[in-house]
Ligand binder design. Sequence first.
Ligand SMILES: [Zn+2]
Length: 428
Amino acid sequence: MKTLIDHGLLLTVDNGKIIPDGSVIIDDGVISYVGESVQDKTGFDRYIDARGGIVMPGLINTHTHSPMTLLRGCGNDLALDEWLNHHIFPLEDKLDDEAVYYGTLLGCAEVIASGTTAFADMYFFSESSAKAVLEAGIKANISRCVTGTHNDYKKRLSEARQLFKDYHGAGKGLLKIEHSAHAVYTCSREAIRAVAEAAQEDGTGIHIHLSETMKENRDCYSKNGKSPTEIMRDLGVFNVRTNAAHCVYLSENDMDILKRYDVSVAHNPTSNLKLASGVANIKEMLEKDINVSIGTDGAASNNALDMFAEMKLSGLLHKGMRLDPKLIPAQTALEMATVKGAKALGREKETGMLKAGLRADIIILDADAPCMIPVNDPVSAVVYASAGGQVVTSIINGRIVMENRELKTLDIEKIKFGIMQARKRMGL
Ligand SMILES: [Zn+2]
């Protein structure tokens, strides 16, 4: 199968290269050419006319809990502690396999429709999430989240390891299974160490929450005399590729540890603002050359999964906080949402740029829309002016999953019905 995407404005994210009138050729799911518009347009199975469009790599959401679409709008305007313990955890106790399956499908529909082609997901009933992701045809790093203060973590970890055996690499690599220790405040040291050892044995990565709130940090220091980052390091978590969400309260020493172990940070500005957790010191992390990517967090704390909104906020928030308009330029925000996300997911040899040899994870934006005209600067158009609704076509692993805003792999009416039934079972 050979596809030609032709006459688009190519935003490659490959060393900032932009091609005003270019072609991308996809050969069996792999990008084989990125350059000026080709003269010979014969020999292709499929021709996509991208005139008036911006062609770019799909965005990568490095921290979410996609089934939480079911809980969208539950428990607003609260601090994390109260939100989690009094609103979210009681509702999550009522979830079942089918609810998580439809919640993940809804999450996949939302993220595909807003230009995301890969995401990192941490939750439970994860086999249902894996099935939904394969059905959607999107890329995901899924982990069965381990929590537990005593021996209760063992059953959860054994489910996580079974998930790894059954689904790692499924869908020709669409799925990666990672391991996950939820956070220092929900896991015993023993649980965290066991997760770290499992990831090392399975040869996979780890997804964690780290220093999300001031309370988490204070409690951790008073209980252990160490920061959450030091605890995670001491228990061996950082010996494998780690994707650490939030990182709002890092000391200078914590940042040095993350850099030394090449830990990626998933910046979740909307969730951190909504739960009043604070604002991560992204300026200092970037100065230390830490790999900072972007996540939406779950739909219960965002409340959307639109990576364009998150990319824009990541570009603006720190300028305002630090009174420095040069902080996180649009190109940096774009890289955080693409190529740096690919590294966080261990997929840097596979995705994150328009480049020959990488898999074809490509989105096309309507640059003819009123909010985009005129495209004086394509990067600023994408980062500051666009929204997820501007994405018209999405291609993952060479397969078209959305064309002219129509989802090709998912039946949204079936998903809505499944969500409605799940909500009834949960008493919502
Ligand atoms: Zn989270």
